[in-house]
Write a protein that binds this ligand. Structure first.
Ligand SMILES: Cc1ncc(C[n+]2csc(CCOP(=O)(O)OP(=O)(O)O)c2C)c(N)n1
Ligand code: SF4
Ligand SMILES: [Mg+2]
Length: 200
């Protein structure tokens, strides 16, 4: 059988691979077998993430993985449900779903691969692009301040909202494990390296 690493279709040097690896290790170390987990992805560079993680998987529409994941959890509360999203996906088009998922506070884990830009569509500004960063849609520098997803999550009712850094593998994996074990809605915003478009 070919390794999942041989199937990766991201740009050379993309750190998405490390995040997927950390999620896989987290499930493994928590002894959560593949038949008990469901990974739901949205649209962005990493939409194939759910294919690279053993277990049940669904690839949904841009901004729609949380409502889909909510439905899965409500249909079968025994399943360990994870939604994987990206900054444009989750904090742009999917923002309404994010806020309501925090408010509902169901037992699900929400991982955001935050590369601070729209990578799949080749580098436009996203809701987390830093001020003054130059992107395709902000050639003179971004004049709109990014918001803070952690503070927003807490305000909306989610009490497990943490930042992880994809360059610190062990720490990232431990935070993901903690999030999976947390019995309510948990957010892990992973700061992700995007060598193709994040130049700040
Ligand atoms: C409803 C809808 N609108 C727009 C798009 C086009 N689209 C695809 S990916 C994307 C943004 C991707 O950025 P992000 O969510 O941050 O993921 P990344 O590629 O950076 O990992 C957009 C706007 C789409 N697929 N569906
Ligand atoms: S655009 Fe960025 S996030 Fe997307 S695959 Fe390439 S390096 Fe990775
Ligand atoms: Mg992005």
């Amino acid at each position: 059988m070919r390794s999942w690493l041989n199937n990766i279709q991201w740009c050379p040097g993309c750190w998405d691979t490390l995040i997927i690896w950390a999620i896989k290790k987290a499930f493994e170390e928590l002894s959560i077998e593949s038949h008990r987990r469901v990974v739901v992805s949205g649209i962005g560079c990493s939409w194939k993430a759910s294919q690279y993680i053993d277990g049940y998987a669904a690839e949904t529409l841009h901004g729609r993985s949380l409502p889909f994941a909510t439905w899965v959890k409500m249909a079968n509360p025994e399943l360990i449900v994870m939604a994987v999203w990206w900054d444009g996906d989750g904090y742009g088009i999917g923002m309404g779903h994010f806020i309501h998922a925090c408010r509902r506070d169901l037992d699900m884990t929400y991982i955001v691969f935050d590369n601070e830009n729209y990578g799949l569509t080749t580098g436009q500004a996203s809701p987390t692009t830093p001020i003054w960063a130059k992107t395709k849609t902000t050639p003179e520098g971004n004049v709109t301040a990014p918001f803070n997803p952690i503070e927003l999550a807490k305000t909306a009712g989610c009490w497990f909202a943490k930042v992880a850094d994809c360059k610190k593998f062990v720490e990232m994996k431990e935070i993901i494990k903690e999030a999976i074990e947390y019995k309510w809605f948990s957010l892990v915003n992973v700061m992700q390296v995007c060598p193709s478009f994040k130049r700040w």
